[in-house]
Design a protein around this ligand. Structure first.
Ligand code: SAH
Length: 226
């Protein structure tokens, strides 16, 4: 039988309990789970994969990219500890699903994607669902989005070979960055980086993860989608 949104929420809760030692908690923040319950993941999944939209796993979205596993989306959102008045930068818009979840927990989301078609599809989907605090741009995420910096939080949804200096620079003192770091398609660690008021950073290893690579090259045609 097909999983429902409620099944997905139950699966996330079960996986959080299963990984409690690594992530240091038994449950994610209630407001994060509320956001996961509000965004219809099916709207971000291709038509031919609708039957799997609420499975707790990643799914292909074209161009060799994926919409992340719901548990990972929820965990990364929780680690960011977003507040309602904050501005968040996301790198790797993909389907736009993570942007939608974040947008319910902060004031503005800025999101950068290198594949123009994915960005345009995400923009159309988010507009249709009525999200109006998400700003999309086609570009190389290694450079961040300097025009709107500094950000209260930065969430990277593709694996970087290193912490991009531009992102560190664009993170406000007191802000947090959640980023998978490691070689492409190999052992990657989800890192939580905190920048204190003096600009010193502290990095914590959270969990072994598997993300598509953050490619360090400019897109063919860089342009602002919205
Ligand atoms: N957050 C997405 C998951 C995206 S998968 C979602 O919720 O659906 C990672 C995305 O990062 C892919 O769409 C990929 O094209 C994009 N990406 C890879 N390298 C990038 C780069 N250098 N800059 C911006 N986006 C990049």
């Amino acid at each position: 039988m097909q999983n429902t949104l409620n099944d997905m929420l139950a699966d996330i809760e079960a996986e959080v309990r299963f990984t409690r030692e690594a992530i240091g908690k038994e449950a994610l923040a209630a407001k994060v789970m509320d956001a996961m319950a509000t965004v219809p993941r099916a709207a971000f999944v291709p038509p031919e994969l609708q039957a799997e939209a609420y499975d707790n796993g990643p799914l292909p979205i074209g161009h060799g990219q994926t919409i992340s596993q719901p548990y990972i989306v929820a965990l990364m959102t929780d680690l960011l500890q977003t507040c309602a008045d904050q501005r968040i930068l996301e790198i790797g818009t993909g389907s736009g699903y993570q942007s939608a979840v974040l947008s319910l927990l902060c004031k503005q989301v800025y999101t950068v994607e290198r594949v123009a078609e994915l960005s345009h599809n995400a923009a159309a989907c988010l507009k249709q669902l009525g999200f109006n605090n998400i700003h999309l741009r086609v570009g190389n995420g290694y450079d961040g989005w300097p025009e709107h910096a500094p950000y209260d939080g930065i969430l990277v949804t593709a694996a970087a070979s290193h912490i991009p200096p531009a992102l560190l620079e664009q993170l406000r003192p007191g802000g947090r960055m959640v980023i998978p770091v490691g070689p492409a398609y190999s052992a990657q660690q989800l890192l939580l980086l905190e920048k204190d008021a003096q600009g010193q950073t502290r990095t914590q290893d959270i969990l072994a993860v598997a993300f598509v690579p953050l490619r360090d090259e400019q897109p063919a045609e860089a342009q602002t989608a919205r």
